[in-house]
Design a protein around this ligand. Structure first.
Ligand code: DC
Length: 252
């Protein structure tokens, strides 16, 4: 008997195959910036009837705390204590869920340029990463049907995840997407300049000692350079459902 169910609801899942409502599942999506990862992860979660966790928002929140509370780069201990005290959590009644620190919504703050510039520094702090990974596992315990998106979700946070994706794309295409996404005037920054920034950030993300950006051996790698977002989502949904069905069949 098939373990995949067809949704009859009126949402975007209508008529599509989905994951049965009572089946726990974690799907990880990792990869560099500009691959469409966040949008894809959110739409995939919606398509399959799962919750969506944006772990980048957690690191961005930590960077915002660092800037707004005036911590210097040599005050990482104090910063980590502040982030722990902030009790970062998401408001799951929002779509996509929004992040709060000290019970105050900070979603509007975390996408600013100064935060984006500081986040690679924050994401290198091992103690902070351990705290974030612990939090991500607690979130999964509370939301056992989850698409979790980041840099280390399949490699560190959820190494046993049954479905792992790694999205990649040509750096120039990623740069153009980022410019479009941020609405940057081409007079102020060229696509080549943005591409250099992106490559620099990839380098920082890939070479840090703790939780570096890597493609896990058992992840399915998808190049999104030539694909529209909807095509990526459909591809991932099909692959995920096949994998879930396979796992169910292999159970005695
Ligand atoms: O996906 P994003 O641009 O919102 O991520 C912001 C930063 O956080 C980026 O520099 C990589 C880092 N990050 C991380 O180190 N580990 C994660 N699981 C998610 C994001």
């Amino acid at each position: 008997m098939s373990t995949i169910t067809k949704s009859t609801s009126t949402d975007t899942r209508e008529g599509h195959d989905t994951v049965p409502d009572d089946q726990p599942i974690i799907i990880t999506i990792d990869g560099p910036a500009g691959t469409g990862k966040s949008t894809v992860a959110r739409l995939l979660a919606e398509r399959l009837g799962l919750d969506f966790l944006d772990t980048g928002a957690m690191y961005r929140a930590a960077a915002a705390i660092m800037i707004d509370r005036g911590y210097e780069e040599d005050e990482t201990g104090e910063l980590v204590s502040a982030v722990i005290g902030a009790d970062l959590h998401f408001d799951w009644s929002q779509d996509p869920p929004t992040i709060l620190a000290w019970d105050t919504p900070i979603d509007h703050r975390i996408r600013s340029n100064d935060v984006t510039d500081r986040v690679s520094f924050v994401a290198k702090i091992s103690e902070l990463r351990h705290h974030m990974v612990r939090k991500q596992r607690i979130i999964w315990a509370q939301h056992p049907r989850l698409v979790s998106e980041g840099r280390d979700q399949g490699s560190v946070a959820f190494p046993d995840a049954p479905v792992k994706f790694y999205l990649d794309a040509d750096p120039m295409i990623r740069a153009q997407r980022r410019i479009d996404q941020l609405g940057i005037d081409p007079e102020t920054m060229t696509v080549e300049e943005m591409c250099e920034r992106i490559i620099h950030r990839d380098e920082l993300d890939s070479t840090r000692s703790d939780g570096p950006l890597v493609c896990p051996d058992d992840a399915i790698r998808i190049d999104t350079s030539e694909l529209e977002i909807d095509e990526v989502v459909e591809k991932l949904a099909t692959l995920a459902l096949e994998r879930i069905e396979q796992i169910a069949r292999s159970k005695p």
